[in-house]
Ligand binder design. Structure first.
Ligand SMILES: Cc1cc2nc3c(=O)[nH]c(=O)nc-3n(C[C@H](O)[C@H](O)[C@H](O)COP(=O)(O)OP(=O)(O)OC[C@H]3O[C@@H](n4cnc5c(N)ncnc54)[C@H](O)[C@@H]3O)c2cc1C
Length: 372
């Protein structure tokens, strides 16, 4: 049985709690405005620190009026649309919009259950991994409802996740037609940005692609990054200047002091290669126990585990009839290992040349998924 090291909560209540706490701490939350781009000066260097951000352009959604707001530090947490960072020059290396292949598409529905029929129409809560290169789940709520969902790589050749869950529902007469809520959305599963900061600017959450690539779960990473950003922001306030060297503490916290970042990067490398396997190949790996509960549990919880010698021997003996599948698996493990080792060498402090060299190495290891 796989243990999910996650907690379930009511996201609307939780958001309200966080907003109330922020207000209590002195935050002034203004609704009805959107950020449209950053205000920045160029320093003349064509590198990550080639800009100094000093504010943001905003739009009043009700009147359409646009204005400029200056700030010592701008923090972007606008989700995967990442409107602000993408307004920076490309040479910073943090301005590229996410690609189609950086996303999974997820569809979920919460429906009522016929309690009488559930006595015979039994299904345990489950997450099914490797399902059409993604995953599918059912989760029975205590109040007689069921949450049915599926997520697949965002690619035309994949089946639509809505069709996958409709098919699942059609096999269960106890799931009633009435839909209580649900919907579909993209979910970022790509490689995180290699730096979350430049002068006067910080990026958190989905805008920085920090979600667990094997599940698309990003709330935990977004909140951890926000916590880990605090010392750097305090240091910048004390110094009177939010420069890249001081804000770098967030990158160091995410990639070096806590292993979350390096594990997410290694899992990203793994994901890109494993999603080239077909549904049948994945089934084969699960049926032969080559992909087993232990490795799956780690991956779901955002932890990359290097395969042991025992596992490698098991893989070779059980998978001998499928050499090409094993070759793909072996490449995925090898790239995952390389990513993990490379991210352990993440620069502890900002140095333009050292960072550029490290970034080049990371780019070389990471093989991009082909676009549709
Ligand atoms: C169907 C589905 C199920 C998921 N389930 C889970 C799960 O179970 N667990 C989990 O951890 N994650 C889950 N995720 C992923 C999770 O929702 C995200 O990782 C998380 O919400 C990221 O938080 P964020 O604050 O970075 O971005 P968001 O939650 O996307 O918040 C961004 C905010 O910025 C606002 N915004 C956008 N543009 C602008 C702008 N220009 N100006 C001002 N404001 C702007 C948006 O309105 C929004 O309020 C799921 C995603 C999907 C689609």
């Amino acid at each position: 049985m796989i243990t999910f090291k996650m907690i379930t909560l009511d996201r609307q209540n939780f958001a309200q709690l966080l907003a109330d706490q922020a207000k209590e701490a002195g935050a002034d939350i203004q609704y009805g405005f959107s950020g449209t781009s950053l205000l920045y000066r160029e320093t003349g260097k064509e590198s990550l620190d080639g800009v100094e951000v000093y504010g943001v352009k905003i739009k009043n959604e009700a009147t359409g009026e646009e204005s400029e707001v200056t700030a010592d530090l701008v923090v972007e947490s606008s989700g995967f649309s990442s409107v602000l960072r993408t307004s920076l020059p490309a040479y910073t290396g943090i301005a590229d919009p996410f690609k189609k292949s950086d996303f999974a598409i997820v569809h979920r529905e919460v429906r009522k259950l016929d309690r009488k029929l559930t006595e015979t129409d039994i299904y345990p809560d489950h997450y099914r991994y490797g399902f059409f290169t993604g995953y599918q789940w059912t989760h029975v709520h205590s109040d007689g409802r069921i949450d049915v969902g599926a997520g697949v790589q965002n690619k035309e050749s994949n089946p639509d996740p809505e069709d996958l869950i409709k098919e699942c529902i059609s096999r269960h007469p106890s799931i009633l037609k009435e839909k209580i809520r649900g919907g579909r959305s993209l979910c970022i599963v790509g490689l995180p940005l290699k730096s979350f900061v430049t002068n006067g600017f910080m990026i958190l959450g989905d805008a920085a692609a920090t979600s667990v690539p094997t599940t698309g779960c990003g709330a935990g990473s977004a909140m951890f990054a926000a916590l880990w950003a605090i010392p750097s922001i305090e240091a910048s306030a004390n110094k009177g200047r939010a420069d890249i060297s001081t804000l770098w503490g967030l990158n160091k916290a995410f990639y070096l002091d806590n292993t979350r970042g390096s594990h997410i990067a290694a899992l990203s490398a793994l994901r890109v290669i494993l999603q080239t396997l077909t549904h049948e190949e994945l089934n084969f790996l699960f049926n032969k126990d080559i992909m087993d509960e232990a490795s799956l549990e780690s991956a779901i919880n955002g932890v990359y585990v290097k395969p042991s010698l025992r596992q490698m021997i098991k893989t070779l003996t059980r998978g001998i009839t499928h050499p090409s599948t094993l070759a793909t698996l072996s490449r995925a493990n090898s790239e995952g290992n390389k990513m993990l080792a490379h991210y352990k060498k993440y620069p502890a402090a900002y140095d333009s040349e050292k960072y550029a060299e490290w970034k080049k190495g990371a780019d070389e290891i990471f093989h991009e998924a082909p676009e549709n």
